[in-house]
Design a protein around this ligand. Structure first.
Ligand SMILES: NC(=O)c1ccc[n+]([C@@H]2O[C@H](COP(=O)([O-])OP(=O)(O)OC[C@H]3O[C@@H](n4cnc5c(N)ncnc54)[C@H](O)[C@@H]3O)[C@@H](O)[C@H]2O)c1
Length: 387
């Protein structure tokens, strides 16, 4: 049983993970290199829990108990009797490795060490540890208390029992857990790339404007937000950094190539909602961009982006990154897609997906549009993903 939980890093993710663990009855230790961040996290958690009590989501006593289970520490030595430590510090390999080394001097031999990294290889983190078999990735989504999905990523060095125990723990926090191979972007940050990349490509080619693409993806595609609204919400700096890191990690595979349009927005400081300007202007007197509600064009936009997403999801199955069920769960629970992409492929017809990929490939003659071998094999043999 993993009872005592350590969380390193009290920023956006660390404080959220601490809140989740304490809510489910665990004693938690939270530490940050910056005392002022630790203090901010303490105030933040107190405020959030009080607000949840005011809204009737829990009683005052429960809120106090949850808060009381979190200990704010100013030193890593407090982690000595933790059963698992989840690291959520800055996304830099050398800094994470240094923290893992320091932790290993403090924790018990059987303490699991997990990283919430979004983009670093878990093997590289484990490789820097004295006991690599106890290291794995546990990737929460933001905000951790609200987002249902957690990706669990064993490295090649990770012992099976460590993976099993960690999955059991996170499931006990009422999360949907998917197991993923240690590859760039894991499931969500890899499979979702065409949602942004293909929308940007359609914009850059002048096929449709931002408002029209967003309109099509929401009204026809059934997505909760259009790609440009979502990129403005995430922050173009954050979204661009993920795209660039996935592109580099895949040895510059053109499927993940970042777009100049987004780079220019970042350079201009048009980061989205947080700076008041991104693809859209968020100032009060801004003129609203109106979509061209042309159904034929809308259908073509949705067909192109969804097929690229389906192709990416199928390719992740082809490379054994995760099971079709876990990929569909990850995209519906992690980023609220209206339907699992592989279930969507079955509905659209595998052959039609292959046809659309081939049409794009013949139009552009770019490797970006190569059809996944799995989709092609399935079309040839008449197979589908689900019965
Ligand atoms: N923000 C997201 O949407 C999100 C989602 C999933 C995963 N992640 C990952 O979670 C991790 C944390 O991201 P975040 O958004 O919470 O960042 P953040 O900047 O909000 O918090 C990081 C914290 O780490 C602290 N820190 C830096 N070096 C440290 C050290 N040596 N020891 C202890 N604390 C140290 C910083 O003071 C800071 O408070 C990153 O690996 C990130 O990739 C982020």
């Amino acid at each position: 049983m993993l009872r005592k939980i350590g969380v390193v890093g009290a920023g956006t993710m660390g404080r959220g993970i601490a809140q989740v663990a304490a809510t489910y009855g665990h004693d938690v230790i939270l530490y940050d290199a910056s005392d002022s961040v630790t203090n901010q996290a303490r105030d933040f958690l107190l405020r959030i829990l009080n607000r949840l009590a005011e809204k009737g989501r829990m009683t005052d006593i429960q809120a106090k108990e949850i808060f009381g289970r979190i200990r704010f520490s100013s030193s890593l030595s407090a982690y000595a009797d933790c059963d698992i430590v989840i690291e959520a510090i800055v996304e830099k390999l050398d800094i994470k490795q240094a923290v893992f080394s320091k932790l290993e001097e403090v924790v018990r031999h059987d303490c699991i060490l997990a990283s919430n990294t979004s983009s670093l290889s878990i093997a590289s983190l484990a490789g820097g540890c004295a006991i690599p078999s106890r290291v794995l990735g546990i990737h929460f989504f933001n905000p951790a208390p609200l987002m249902k999905l957690v990706e669990v990523i064993p490295a090649i060095q990770t012992e099976d029992e460590v993976t099993r125990e960690s999955m059991k723990l996170v499931r006990s926090w009422d999360k949907t857990v998917v197991k993923v191979k240690d590859t760039p972007g894991f499931i969500v940050n890899r499979v979702a790339r065409p949602f942004y990349g293909e929308a940007l490509r359609i914009l850059e080619e002048g096929i449709a404007d931002v408002a029209t693409i967003d309109w099509a993806m929401v009204e026809i595609g059934g997505f909760r937000m259009g790609p440009f609204t979502l990129m403005d919400y995430i922050g173009n700096d954050v979204n661009y950094a993920v795209t660039e890191s996935v592109f580099q990690a895949f040895y510059h595979d053109p499927r993940y190539k970042p777009a100049f349009t987004q780079k220019r927005l970042v350079e201009a400081g048009w980061l989205g909602r947080k700076t008041g300007h991104g693809y859209y202007d968020y100032s009060e007197d801004a003129q609203k961009l109106l979509p061209e509600k042309n159904e034929e064009k809308g259908n073509a936009i949705v067909r192109r982006i969804v097929t690229m997403l389906v192709n990416e999801a199928a390719d992740a199955v082809f490379w054994n990154i995760a099971t079709p069920e876990d990929i569909d769960l990850a995209m519906t629970r992690g980023v609220n897609y209206p339907k699992g992409l592989l279930a969507w492929a079955d509905d659209l017809g595998i052959e039609k997906c292959v046809h659309e990929m081939d049409r794009l490939y013949h139009t552009y003659r770019e490797d970006r549009y190569r059809c996944s071998p799995l989709l092609r094999q399935m079309a040839q043999t008449g197979r589908i993903f689900y019965k």
